[in-house]
Design a protein around this ligand. Structure first.
Ligand SMILES: Nc1nc2c(c(=O)[nH]1)N[C@H]1C(S)=C(S)[C@@H](COP(=O)(O)OP(=O)(O)OC[C@H]3O[C@@H](n4cnc5c(=O)[nH]c(N)nc54)[C@H](O)[C@@H]3O)O[C@H]1N2
Ligand SMILES: Nc1nc2c(c(=O)[nH]1)N[C@H]1C(S)=C(S)[C@@H](COP(=O)(O)OP(=O)(O)OC[C@H]3O[C@@H](n4cnc5c(=O)[nH]c(N)nc54)[C@H](O)[C@@H]3O)O[C@H]1N2
Ligand code: SF4
Ligand SMILES: [Mo]
Length: 739
């Protein structure tokens, strides 16, 4: 058999590992391996990237558009017929209820799909609906809230390559390969060894001794959910000891004294007792970060951003960077000037907060506003369920699986079922797909060209981008489409012109994906046509550029202590120390990611199923002993909101009192195949009504008070044993607490 090897890259996560795929004569994807010549990833690729051929060729992959029939089963129909029907139904909804009745949810696998990630935004603009949702607001939107109420530094932050210190709150890039502002994630373990070898000090604040924490000079292992407490204490100590950069904040953050007053109660002793960390270790961490280091930032991952007080925690953690002045200054060289991003002038000046959620479109749910032009996922289920003007009647779900990953799975599923029109673009029969009226399966990663990269200059140490053509053909006989195509096709049928990055699209003849990529990058410093000539990636020297002085009339400043932040600090102080013991909830459940799966996907791959058939609940040996449990026992995990069954896995990397379990597992509530087949969904334990953050409606996914009860094996064989769960959503049966 003739085979060919082609260079490409993996787009599943921000690692963007260079890959070499092998395809047969007809373009069928046979295998994938890391590209050792790749400038950034140097041959590294994780099990998910390596197993991607198994997803492309999976017998479970959906290969044709499907329509759900009245009896709940699905029938095939040609794509153009599906688009006709969808457009017709949308026309009815828009004419009757207005464009606001149409919503779109962007899941994680849409971000790195260049053409489609832009198209979904332009499609919603063409419809004229503000109801755009994305995973950004069920993951780390605390960062957006902070940008919008603290402000930002126009020249970015200190970068890892020149840092003396890096302090990570609940962030585990060595497993999650999540890049962005903090850590370069191409081949993360190698990068970590390099920066440690040149003397970087690493501080990790995480209830688990994670893959990242193993490299830490100091690892604080607090109770989850106490990051606001810890950061407040750090600010207090830094300002009390004079380890701050007074000249910097006097000019750019005049509210620091007000913040200092607000955090006065957070003495080292209080922080240590409340977060349950050794006071001396806490002091040592602050000393390394603020006194002994000059360069380097602190940042959060999903841990603090998904726990309670997430917005406050993020504000206070970013305030540590401000108080210590961890931003590039005038005259410093710009590290990465980019390739496809337009060349920007970077100025050493603060940008005042915009508080955009206070203006513009408001949700009917708790009057929640928008961030970065998006509505908050935390209001989506109620926006669908609540009748009246403005009710969402139709949802496009693109490359995501809300039925598995949204908070309060029962309410979310009830909402998805209540939709008049649910259209899902996915290649698998996910929990969300099962509830959809139409499923439009897309071409997958290696079947599409790509190039433009989000975070191009912040997440890479040097100007580097990679273009990839489609390197594999979709399975023979399939009718899978480019992910952007249905949106163009529906807009065409509705007579709505699409303006794509400023360019009106021809609405008679569909564009090509490459044409769309060219439009996205039309202001690029190096034309995409040039980048295309370098199959393994394109590197250039940084354009010599320095950070420019602030504009003479610059009035920008960080807002350290706005009234809402001060009120949240006061509320934190008033709170009982630990709610973990309240109401019989003895433990805290924290978020955890698994190397082998990506949120709810990859579980179907045989090689992965053999390694991780379900999501165990990880517990410390001491907790097992005190509950009379052993490794492999069946338990119930009970929160105020719900109850799930799971199998215990002993884990010495945890602190006692904290249990972890990864998300995205399990079937639809009460319809699953049982725990040992598909795991359990932790979002049955998460409420959308209680402990929800203001501004971004973010639920408490981490640091959830739970108790662990011994169960019998029967509990696992059953479908979700939901008796005992406090249900909500009104329309659902309310079952008495069963124990
Ligand atoms: N293999 C794999 N990789 C992934 C994903 C995946 O599902 N699997 N998902 C991708 C996605 S969508 C994202 S957003 C990124 C996320 O990437 P990260 O933000 O790095 O998230 P995690 O790896 O979950 O690390 C969060 C850490 O927070 C800790 N933690 C939990 N609660 C708290 C708390 O209250 N306080 C503190 N200080 N720590 C806490 C946990 O122990 C955990 O180690 O990963 C991406 N990469
Ligand atoms: N309890 C709890 N809940 C959580 C989290 C947590 O830590 N704990 N983490 C949260 C976070 S950080 C996030 S980001 C969300 C994740 O939220 P989602 O992005 O909604 O979840 P995924 O399971 O990653 O969904 C991706 C889907 O895209 C499909 N897919 C793969 N490739 C393609 C493609 O090329 N095109 C299309 N159209 N589809 C494709 C996959 O089959 C899969 O169904 O979950 C959140 N939910
Ligand atoms: S780390 Fe894994 S999933 Fe992420 S880009 Fe690399 S191979 Fe793909
Ligand atoms: Mo995420």
């Amino acid at each position: 058999m003739t085979t060919r090897e082609l260079k490409t890259y993996c787009r599943l996560c921000t690692g963007r590992c260079g890959m070499i795929v092998t395809v047969d004569a007809v373009g069928r994807l046979l295998s994938a391996r890391g590209d050792h010549d790749h400038v950034l990833s140097e041959g590294y690729a994780c099990i998910k990237g390596l197993e991607t051929p198994a997803i492309h060729n999976s017998p479970e992959r959906l290969l044709h558009p499907l329509k759900r029939k009245a009896d709940g089963t699905f029938m095939r129909l040609p794509l153009e017929d599906a688009l006709d029907e969808i457009a017709q139904k949308l026309r009815v909804i828009i004419d009757r209820d207005g464009p606001d009745a149409v919503a779109l949810f962007r899941g994680t696998q849409n971000y790195s799909n260049g053409a489609a990630s832009y198209m979904v935004r332009y499609f919603m603009q063409a419809i004229g609906s503000p109801c755009f949702f994305s995973t950004m607001t069920i993951d780390q939107s605390a960062k957006w809230v902070t940008d919008e109420r603290l402000g930002t530094w126009a020249a970015g932050r200190h970068r890892l390559e020149t840092a003396d210190v890096f302090m990570a709150f609940g962030y585990n890039p060595l497993l999650s390969v999540q890049g962005g502002y903090g850590f370069y994630v191409n081949n993360p373990a190698k990068r970590m060894r390099e920066v440690k070898a040149r003397g970087l000090k690493l501080i990790v604040i995480d209830p688990r001794r994670t893959e990242t924490a193993r490299f830490a000079d100091i690892h604080l292992q607090p109770l989850p959910g106490e990051d606001a407490t810890i950061a407040a204490g750090m600010l207090r100590l830094i300002l009390a000891e004079g380890w701050d950069d007074t000249a910097f904040w006097t000019r750019w953050a005049p509210g620091v004294p007000a913040l200092r007053d607000a955090v006065a109660p957070f003495t080292p002793d209080y922080v240590a007792r409340r977060a349950r960390i050794p006071e001396e270790l806490f002091r040592a961490a602050v000393k390394i970060f603020a006194q002994e280091s000059r360069r380097g930032i602190t940042m959060t991952g999903t841990g603090p951003d998904m726990a309670m007080h997430s917005n406050l925690a993020n504000h206070l953690i970013e305030s540590l960077n401000v108080v210590c002045g961890r931003f590039p200054r005038e005259g410093e060289a710009v590290a990465n000037t980019g390739v496809l991003e337009p060349l920007k002038v970077r100025r050493a000046e603060a940008r005042s907060p915009r508080r955009s959620w206070e203006k513009g479109h408001k949700s009917r749910i708790r009057n929640t506003g928008q961030l970065m032009g998006e509505m908050m996922c935390g209001v989506l289920p109620d926006e669908i369920l609540m009748p009246g003007a403005g009710q969402i009647k139709s949802l496009f779900c693109v490359a995501g699986n809300p039925a598995s990953v949204f908070p309060d799975q029962r309410k979310t599923v009830a909402a998805l079922r209540a939709l008049e029109l649910l259209v899902t673009m996915d290649s698998m029969m996910t929990n969300t797909a099962k509830l959809s009226h139409y499923i439009l399966p897309p071409k997958l990663m290696f079947e599409r060209p790509d190039g433009p990269q989000i975070w191009e200059t912040v997440s890479s140490p040097k100007p580097f981008v990679q273009y990839t053509p489609a390197v594999a053909s979709p399975p023979a006989g399939s009718e899978v489409c480019d992910e952007w195509y249905p949106f163009w096709g529906i807009a065409k049928r509705l007579d709505l012109p699409i303006v794509f990055n400023g360019a009106p699209l021809d609405m008679d003849t569909p564009p090509s994906s490459d044409h769309l990529l060219d439009l996205i990058t039309r202001e690029a410093q190096v034309p995409l046509s040039e980048v295309r000539k370098h199959p393994g990636g394109f590197t250039r020297a940084s354009v010599p550029a320095t950070i420019q002085p602030p504009r003479p009339d610059c009035t920008g400043a960080f807002d350290m202590a706005p009234a809402d932040v001060v009120a949240e600090i006061a509320e934190l102080v008033r709170e009982p120390f630990s709610d973990a013991d309240v109401g019989g909830f003895t433990h805290r459940l924290a978020v955890r990611r698994m190397r082998e799966v990506l949120n709810s996907s990859f579980r179907e791959v045989p090689a992965i199923r053999r390694r991780v058939p379900f999501n165990p609940v990880h517990m410390h040996p001491r907790d097992l002993t005190s509950l009379g449990l052993t490794d492999g026992d069946a338990v119930y995990i009970v929160s105020e909101h719900g109850r799930i069954a799971a199998i215990v896995k002993v884990d010495t990397t945890l602190r006692a009192g904290v249990v972890t379990m990864s998300h995205g597992w399990g079937g639809l509530p009460d319809e699953g195949k049982g725990y040992e087949e598909e795991g359990a969904n932790t979002n049955l334990l998460v409420s959308l009504d209680k402990d929800v953050q203001t501004i971004n409606a973010m639920a408490r996914f981490s640091a959830i008070p739970v108790r662990i009860e011994k169960a019998n094996a029967q509990a696992l064989a059953n479908d979700m044993p939901m008796e005992g769960a406090a249900l909500d959503g009104g329309s659902q049966k309310r079952v008495a607490r069963g124990h």
